[in-house]
Design a protein around this ligand. Structure first.
Ligand code: NAP
Length: 241
């Protein structure tokens, strides 16, 4: 079961890991649609991907918009790598603004659930949905209790959805440290050393490439006997120091 001729939607496909998934799926012959909120960046990404890649503006936190997007559309596979990095990510428990921390769930958890709710009917028989978790669920850091819970919740959402939507398949990819634009917030002069420090304890002691994470999504789409699973692309972070 390959991707040649398949209709693949990558939400978050305008940048980072999602872009690499779109690139990989297109290279395998899929007809790819990338979607996210920033239409301008999406158009640039679609031009870079070339071929007949389509771009569609979509905010997965806007349920009526998600419903309207999927009405009349059909896909063989849906991937979401959508995630936002705004707002307070870390907060010591005593100082925690609960409403601010709740916002951490908005795109990655509630957005993913909204995509599942409205996207499932758009999937063809044998189709798949692939969500995106994060290694913070398995390697919590101080001040990241809410992010840890959110990333873990996505893995358990995957299991629930796999049962609910069967025989459609639902899986989750859990990336470790992957070199995307999200690290641009670290000043350039310090970035290399900071990233090397983060990866130093891993069994593969370097930051991963988006194309390496993308392999897990491509597998999840093609593996017709795999559902309810979490696939890790994390360089041995969990087993390393
Ligand atoms: N890179 C890492 O090291 C790493 C590690 C662990 C987990 N992850 C997770 O992997 C996912 C992808 O990360 P990345 O590094 O590829 O980040 P990224 O380049 O920032 O990609 C995130 C994408 O999500 C889209 N997006 C944000 N809000 C959206 C919304 N409301 N509706 C639809 N699309 C939305 C963004 O596009 P627009 O701005 O156009 O909406 C962007 O293309 C994220 O969920 C991230 O948390 C990444």
């Amino acid at each position: 079961m390959g991707l040649d001729g398949k209709q693949v939607l990558v939400i978050g496909g305008g940048s980072g890991i999602g872009f690499a998934v779109a690139e990989g799926a297109a290279a395998e012959g899929a007809a790819v649609t990338i979607a996210s909120t920033n239409a301008e960046r999406l158009a640039e990404a679609a031009a870079k991907l070339g071929g007949d890649v389509q771009a569609a503006a979509l905010d997965i936190t806007d349920e009526p918009a998600v419903q309207a997007f999927f009405a009349g559309r059909g896909f063989d596979h849906i991937v979401t790598t959508a995630g936002d990095w705004g707002g307070p990510r870390r907060a010591a428990l005593a100082d925690m603004d609960i409403a601010g921390q709740a916002a951490i769930f908005k795109v990655r958890f509630w957005g993913a659930l909204t995509v599942a709710k409205h996207g499932a009917a758009a999937l063809s028989p044998g189709g798949s949905l692939t969500l995106t978790g994060g290694m913070i669920a398995h390697k919590p850091a101080r001040g990241s209790a809410a992010s840890t819970a959110m990333a873990g919740a996505i893995e358990f959402l995957t299991r629930g959805l796999a049962v609910e939507l069967a025989p459609l398949r639902v899986n989750c990819v859990c990336p470790g440290y992957i070199l995307t634009g999200v690290w641009d917030s670290i000043p350039a002069a310090q970035r290399e050393a900071r990233l090397a420090g983060l990866a130093a304890g891993q069994l593969i002691p370097r930051i991963g490439e988006p194309a390496e994470a993308a392999q897990a999504y491509l597998y999840a789409m093609k593996a017709g006997f795999t559902t309810g699973q979490v696939l890790y692309a994390e360089g041995g972070l969990a087993l390393g120091g």
